[in-house]
Design a binder for this molecule. Structure first.
Ligand code: UDP
Ligand code: MG
Length: 317
């Protein structure tokens, strides 16, 4: 019987040290199982170090290693999309190169997909040990918020590390939006996902490319991509303000009728004007965010631009 082929997509940004370590680890784990064939698809997301060179070296040594190299940094989301597009396997995995996604889980993920009626086996960290406290705190808040205001449920602690069947990958590829938020996309397409839990692993070498501000912007993008709730803020606050105004109008009318009309209330006027001005600007800002995302989508720009692939290397030889 022919073995299944698993494609493993690995986005890399300035990971020259990690690539050989990852490759060795992966080979060890896959050799131990022998039940599947695999191809590694490294995606060089515009690295400025020798990441591309180490991918070339591996591709020369092992023809199961393929790579795609972008013309500049397009972000991990774009890298994942490019990798999924060029994956040929019956099953496709997405994995970080820093070994924070334990490769030893992959064989059992594959077995689960084979045996049970799932289309995806995902992974979920049960703790965030080794991560800055403040980052964990905001991550928790983010999941609470997005799950409250979006119909699309996103599992707290779920990683991008997952193994999917071909039909699920094809569904994900149909989502051609420019503003990609994979955590949302993977749940939006449906299909049954089983989560495997594991304890957080720290990065082996190199450093994280996420700044606090970067993560903050990423979470706002996620919310804009999968919820329209913020757009309703203006209406909700507007309606409440209107009700308050109505009550105040009645109150002042009665007070004036009974006690006459002493001129006062300058302070309350200023407060009201500032508060309303603030809310209006906030609502405009939210509206602007959605409009700018719409603007970018309508341009239909490509999600990434390729500069080189392993094909170029193999054609030269
Ligand atoms: N990555 C990428 N493009 C980027 C940033 C990151 O392809 O612009 C890759 C990175 O090389 C790694 C994965 O995405 O394989 C996760 O990145 P990182 O480890 O920095 O994130 P963290 O684990 O800290 O969330
Ligand atoms: Mg990492």
């Amino acid at each position: 019987m022919q073995k299944d082929l698993i494609s493993i997509v690995i986005p890399c940004f300035n990971e020259q040290e990690m690539i050989p370590i990852f490759y060795a680890e992966m080979k060890k784990n896959m050799a131990a199982t022998q039940i599947v064939d695999f191809e590694l698809i490294f995606v060089n997301d515009g690295s400025s170090d020798n990441t591309l060179e180490s991918m070339r070296t591996l591709a020369r040594m092992d023809n199961r290693v393929r790579y795609l190299s972008f013309s500049r940094n397009f972000g991990k989301e774009a890298a994942m999309y490019a990798g999924l597009q060029s994956a040929t396997g019956d099953y496709v995995a997405v994995m970080d190169v820093d070994l924070q996604d334990p490769p030893e889980l992959l064989p059992s993920m594959y077995k689960t997909l084979k045996k049970e009626a799932f289309d995806c086996v995902g992974t979920k960290r049960v703790d965030r040990n080794g991560e800055p406290r403040i980052r964990s705190f905001f991550a928790k808040m983010f999941y609470k918020l997005i799950n409250r205001i979006s119909d699309n449920y996103i599992v707290d602690g779920a990683r991008d590390y997952r193994l999917m069947t071909r039909r699920m990958v094809d569904a994900v590829l149909q989502m051609t939006e420019y503003n990609r938020f994979s955590k949302g996309i993977f749940t939006w397409v449906g299909f049954e996902t089983k989560y495997i839990e594991y304890s957080n692993v720290e990065r082996q070498a190199g450093k994280t490319s996420w700044s606090f501000w970067g993560l903050f912007k990423y979470s706002i993008d996620g919310i804009v991509a999968f919820s329209e709730a913020p757009l309703a803020i203006a209406s909700v606050v507007g309606f409440i303000t209107f009700l308050i105004a109505l009550v105040m109008a009645v109150f002042f009318a009665i007070r004036t009728l009974i006690f006459g009309n002493p001129t006062s209330g300058w302070t309350s006027l200023v407060v009201i004007i500032l508060a309303l001005g603030g809310i209006q600007l906030l609502s405009l800002g939210i509206l602007g965010k959605y409009i700018s995302k719409t603007y970018l989508e309508t341009k239909r720009r490509p999600i990434y631009i390729l500069k080189e692939t392993d094909k170029d290397l193999r054609d030269d030889e």
